[in-house]
Design a protein around this ligand. Sequence first.
Ligand code: AMP
Length: 305
Amino acid sequence: MSLLVVGSVALDSVETPFGQVTDALGGSAVYFSVAASVLGPVQVVGVVGSDYPLDQLHKVGRGIDWSGLERAEGESFRWRGRYSFDLQSRDTLETRLGVFASFQPKLPPSAAEAEFLFLGNIDPDLQLKVLEQVRTPRLVACDTMNFWIGGKRAELLRLLSKVDVLMINDSEARELSGDWNIHRTGRWILGQGPGRVVIKQGEFGALLIERDRTFYVPAYPLEEVFDPTGAGDAFAGGFMGYLARTGDTSSNNLRRAMVYGATMGSFAVSAFGIRGFDEVTAADVERRVRGFRDLTHIELAEPIE
Ligand code: AMP
């Protein structure tokens, strides 16, 4: 089934204790689509400036449809970040919206028919404009971050009333709800509209909170992590890519999608930028998904009572 993403298509400059990159291909839509494309077709809507290396972009992923990516006069979106020694936190050093500041998304006809829609991290006003143009989506998920929670809260809350799933990281979820407890935060978000919320907790995994039950997937145990940038977007790409591939939005299938999300997140962090996906095949994905089953499965013995 068709999958569409709108989000940033960026040039990222990232410093971690293990190295740094300047103006690397990145952005929420890029991480998302590279991950989702391992599972099936995906179409991207966004904008880049005249300085963007499109030839490099067109080589990434497998069969990503870039026909909805506009090229505008001006500078591309740029983000600069630095991670702490334990990779647990990061500081945004600079966000330059460039051509995104005046972007007016216009979906090509094929994109307007998308069945699965991911509104990646970007100005909530733009997320709303894209949502309005998709005619009959079966499932809509969105992401956001502190930059927009602080700057565009009213628009963000309006968006939340119109989506099925919010995918957000834990510190941003707490900032949004004003509550430190992650389970109360999940409940608060459900009260804003989405029927489901996915709260990503970095190396501690991710929660899927529904009205009547909660599921938890750990992060894949990796001994080498180089660059956490884009893990959340890759998670979303795995999650939505799996739902679009299977066409099943039941609660049990969402749980499976969480494992595909966690698998894609684990590839994203294993190299700088999107390079963690360079060699990834569907068989590699399946192997890791099966690894999760072993990681989390318990055989219960006789009850102790
Ligand atoms: P993640 O590590 O999953 O939060 O995603 C990081 C990606 O988000 C980077 O590739 C950035 O280019 C992109 N990004 C950072 N800040 C913003 C923002 N304010 N709006 C849109 N995309 C952003």
